[in-house]
Design a protein around this ligand. Structure first.
Ligand code: NAD
Ligand code: 6OD
Length: 497
């Protein structure tokens, strides 16, 4: 069996192997099982990486930087990254299948959003790198001849990329695209819940001729496993992480040891602000997406909705009807609009908030429990789409990130009041504002303390724009030139004339 392909086992289950120095490996160590979230069916086993695998991957990455990859002209690097995107698109169906198996989410979402974005992330940053100017200053010197300063942009080195499970390919390549475009070599630690597309990507890298060691994948868990060991490795220059705020705190401590630079995209408790003059139908359509897409497992999703009082009852009723019309089902079932939660632990977490809401005196507008399911998917991790009203702003249901298909809806009476409520959170990732009064929308946008504000839209992404969170929702910005700032370093060279 060629080590440059990740083979299927004889049982038809996949073994998700590490990809180190251009080869698949890891059969001899421990494994853990991977189940499909929509029906609980075993789909394969994931190799468990330890310090040894992390060390091998980091050494391979360092060697790649010293070898062909480090010397490669940037134009050639850009061509290879375009080829990576083209190869993902050529093997589109396999990527869709792998991501559906990992997350259980509907095929349509993979086909129309997550996998195309996964490919596009390589092209956009390959092109962007070519157009970033470097600064230059001519200075006076006492002898009158002067000196010229110019900045040289160089790769950071070996970058550790630690990823979550909620949009595995999109979120991994959002970091890989710029990291590789800038000339770094990477060691990726995918989430233990979503090994599929990262494993496939190794085959793609080999197929298009990315040199061995440039892209490495080590599977495993977080604490006391591959994730932690990657953050502690002495020869990792920078760590880019997407995941929970609590995990970010642990990674920051580990990174401090080696003065490693970090970029963090973390959790959120995002507010949606709806004024009475909004375009009602468009607003409702958008909240159906921002509350329920990916079963609510989107960092940018809305879990707190504030609606101007004259519109409140109508809004609650309309969103209720739409929530009740969502259709649960396996990824391949036609017309499915709601997928499962990722695992049993996430289901228990979400259900615990459903109970807490009732204890705290919420009115359950719809949902609040587990759905009745056909036998085909009863082994999956399903909860009902849920809406509440009537909670106090300090209820944990209103303050904690739940990461499920649910939100709390509250009325407001003034601009000042809604700004204060939207900002009353330790998080600061995203917000959406709905109003046809553009002056007001801009005023409120400027006052809400988040990294990303959408006005009369949600999750409309221009990849050139700064992306990241304020407060405990992140450190740094990625996107466009901001990604290049993290994934490269400037050296100043002063030339006496
Ligand atoms: P998580 O923090 O549990 O895990 C993310 C990754 O970190 C996994 O690969 C995990 O194995 C690893 N990890 C866990 N502990 C670690 C440790 N001590 N050291 C090193 N690595 C460790 O997050 P998750 O449950 O996979 O994802 C959901 C979270 O991600 C939510 O909070 C969501 O808001 C957040 N998220 C944020 C963004 C954003 O752009 N801001 C995007 C997507 C998801
Ligand atoms: O669109 C992106 O670039 C991005 N980082 C999306 C994050 C989605 C969170 O679940």
């Amino acid at each position: 069996m060629a080590a440059n392909m990740n083979p299927q086992t004889q049982t038809g289950l996949t073994t998700f192997r590490h990809f180190i120095n251009g080869e698949y490996q890891g059969d001899s160590n421990g494994h853990f099982d991977k189940y499909r979230p929509s029906d609980g069916v075993l789909i394969g086993r994931v190799c468990e990486g330890g310090r040894e695998e992390i060390d091998a991957a980091v050494r391979a990455a360092r060697a790649a930087l010293k070898g062909e990859w480090g010397r490669m002209p940037s134009e050639r690097r850009a061509q290879l990254l375009h080829a990576v995107a083209d190869e993902i698109n050529r093997r589109f169906d396999e990527f869709v299948e792998a991501e559906m198996n990992d997350t259980g989410q509907p095929r349509s979402m993979m086909e129309h959003a997550f996998i195309p974005r996964g490919a596009a992330n390589f092209k956009i940053f390959a092109d962007l790198v070519k157009n970033v100017p470097a600064e230059a200053f001519r200075m006076d010197t006492p002898d009158g001849a002067g000196a010229m300063n110019y900045a040289l942009r160089v790769p950071k080195g070996v970058v550790g990329v630690i990823c979550p499970w909620n949009a595995p390919l999109l979120l991994m390549t959002w970091k890989l695209g710029p990291a590789l475009a800038c000339g770094n070599a990477v060691v990726v630690k995918p989430s233990e819940e979503s090994p599929g597309t990262a494993t496939l990507l190794g085959e793609v890298m080999n197929a298009v001729g990315i040199p061995p060691g440039v892209f490495n994948v080590v599977h495993g868990r977080g604490a006391d496993s591959a994730g932690q060991f990657l953050t502690e490795h002495d020869d990792v220059d920078a760590i880019t992480f997407t995941g929970e705020t609590r995990t970010g705190t642990a990674i920051m401590r580990a990174a401090a040891g080696g003065m490693r630079d970090v970029s963090f995209e973390l959790g959120g408790k995002n507010a949606g602000v709806v004024f009475a003059d909004c375009d009602f139908d468009k607003t409702i359509d958008s909240f159906v997406r921002s509350v329920f897409l990916n079963c609510g497992q989107v960092c940018l999703g809305t879990e707190r909705v504030y609606v101007e009082r004259p519109l409140f009852d109508r809004f609650v009723e309309a969103l209720k009807q739409r929530a009740e019309a969502l259709k649960c089902g396996g990824p391949n079932e036609p017309g499915v609009t709601l997928g499962p939660l990722i695992n049993a632990a996430q289901k228990q977490k979400v259900l615990s908030y459903y109970r807490k809401a009732v204890e705290d005196g919420a009115t359950v507008v719809t949902g609040g429990g587990e759905p009745d399911l056909p036998d085909t998917i009863s082994g999956g991790h399903w909860v009902q789409p849920t809406l509440w009203t009537g909670l106090a702003e300090d209820s944990a249901v209103v303050t904690d990130e739940i990461f499920g298909p649910c939100c709390h809806i509250a009325p407001f009476d003034s601009e000042d009041e809604v700004i204060e409520k939207a900002n009353n959170t330790r998080y600061g990732l995203a917000t959406t504002i709905w109003s046809q009064d553009i002056s007001r929308a801009n005023r409120v946008a400027a006052a809400i303390e988040v990294g990303i504000t959408w006005v009369n839209c949600w999750f409309l992404r221009d990849l050139r724009t700064p992306f990241g969170g304020s407060k405990q929702s992140g450190i740094g910005r990625e996107g466009g030139v901001h990604s290049l700032e993290f994934y490269s370093e400037l050296r100043n060279i002063c030339v006496k004339l």
